[in-house]
Design a protein around this ligand. Structure first.
Ligand SMILES: [Zn+2]
Length: 412
């Protein structure tokens, strides 16, 4: 086939190019579709779901109850409350873990014998240690401090519940008379815990399931999280840009990575699309050989010459045009979702809907979540982005129960 085409490249007639590329299951010229009657096209359009995955379920959050509620927290006695929250992973089970100082055995929960106190603690049984261990000793989020800033564990637990439920500092402050500083530091600590969890789990994400032979839809895009003035060059802007990949119908597959965009002039609307040097290694790492239909916008960097040199087998790239542009000499109008015809390497055919609707929604969530954070405060902003990712992963689950599982995994 190669021999009959002396020059491969742009100026070639459509037909020849098609046959060569199709035989290899590679990327097709933009907008190639078999000739279909209007009725057939409409039928296909209705038949091909945007999210083809069968495991995809829609859950209405307003109809879903969480396993914890403020009423439940109030109804328990102090001892029951500690036992229940330990069972659900919010507190460390010291009976299992042993004394944090010497590793020795600890006593079961015992009550502070002083009058009017309802404090519970464990005590180390080892001679010479006898450490008094509060249930939330050394906790990632709860504090055991003394004095003015001291707040009972149950109140801290309610505050955590409020933060996870999505209340902001002002709303929390109205509901419980706690100072803003404490609320903010709790919220930042929660972000950091989520960040740790995301860092542990993200590398285990696998796109698609090539063993089953199915091709899955994956979307990739980039998003500008914020901008700040450059410290060395005052007339330049630094941009915080993130790239993301997600498998449609699987929110817990959202993968994020930071890109290195160029500095721009002060009035630039954005840093421009992702760079090829940022995208290529990520595509290789996450998508190569995974049998994925990659859906992106029309940015040139995503194309990578995938498959032309067979470096990226297992990826078929479809892209939609978000802005009127010229492709292969023809003007293409923007269309955010469109039907694509794909010839698979094994000879099969597959229609999919191209578009970046799922990841666009993820970006809306990220933007909402990071809105009040300052991107120049790099560390806390990074934690916030990862925290948003964690919430996105768990968005159809009981977020508070998921927080318990997360704390259990992190604290043992
Ligand atoms: Zn001890």
């Amino acid at each position: 086939m190669y021999a009959s085409c002396p020059k491969s490249g742009k100026g070639k007639p459509h037909q020849k190019r098609k046959s060569r590329l199709h035989a290899r299951g590679a990327q097709q010229p933009y907008a190639f579709m078999p000739k279909l009657s209007k009725a057939l096209y409409n039928k296909l359009w209705r038949k091909v779901a945007y999210v083809r995955s069968t495991t995809h379920i829609k859950i209405k959050n307003e109809r879903q109850l969480w396993s914890w509620s403020l009423d439940k927290i109030d109804d328990l006695t102090e001892r029951q409350f500690i036992c229940e929250s330990t069972k659900d992973g919010f507190l460390v089970d010291w009976l299992l873990k042993g004394c944090p100082k010497c590793g020795g055995k600890v006593t079961p929960l015992q009550k502070d014998s002083r009058a009017g106190k309802d404090d519970w603690f464990h005590r180390c049984t080892k001679d010479g240690c006898q450490m008094r261990i509060l249930p939330h000793h050394g906790h990632l989020i709860f504090r055991t401090g003394k004095g003015k800033s001291w707040k009972p564990l149950r109140l801290q637990f309610k505050l955590l519940f409020g933060i996870v439920a999505g209340l902001n500092t002002v709303q929390l402050h109205r509901l419980w008379p706690v100072n803003e500083k404490m609320l903010r530091s709790m919220s930042i600590d929660l972000d950091k815990a989520r960040q740790l969890d995301v860092q542990q789990k993200e590398p285990q994400i696998k796109f698609g399931c090539p063993e089953e032979g199915k091709w899955v839809d994956v979307e990739a895009d980039e998003f500008d999280a914020g901008k700040s003035l450059d410290a060395n060059e005052p007339a330049k802007l630094n941009w915080e840009q993130w790239g993301g990949i997600i498998q449609r119908g699987v929110p817990e597959s959202l993968v994020l990575f930071k890109t290195r965009p160029k500095k721009t002039k002060l009035r630039a609307p954005g840093p421009g699309p992702i760079k090829k040097t940022d995208w290529y290694p990520k595509a290789k790492k996450w998508l190569k050989g995974r049998k994925v239909m990659l859906h992106t916008d029309g940015a040139r960097s995503y194309k990578l010459g995938i498959n032309r040199k067979r470096r990226m087998d297992g990826i078929i790239h479809n892209y939609v045009v978000h802005r009127k542009k010229k492709i292969n000499g023809r003007w293409v109008h923007p269309k955010f979702v469109r039907l694509f015809y794909n010839r698979l390497p094994d000879g099969g055919e597959l229609y999919t809907k191209g578009g970046t609707q799922v990841i666009d929604r993820a970006w809306r969530h990220m933007r909402e979540f990071t809105r009040h954070r300052n991107p120049t405060d790099t560390r806390s902003f990074l934690a916030r982005v990862r925290s948003a990712q964690w919430v996105y992963w768990n968005m159809h689950k009981d977020l508070f129960a998921a927080t318990g599982h997360m704390l259990k995994a992190l604290q043992g």
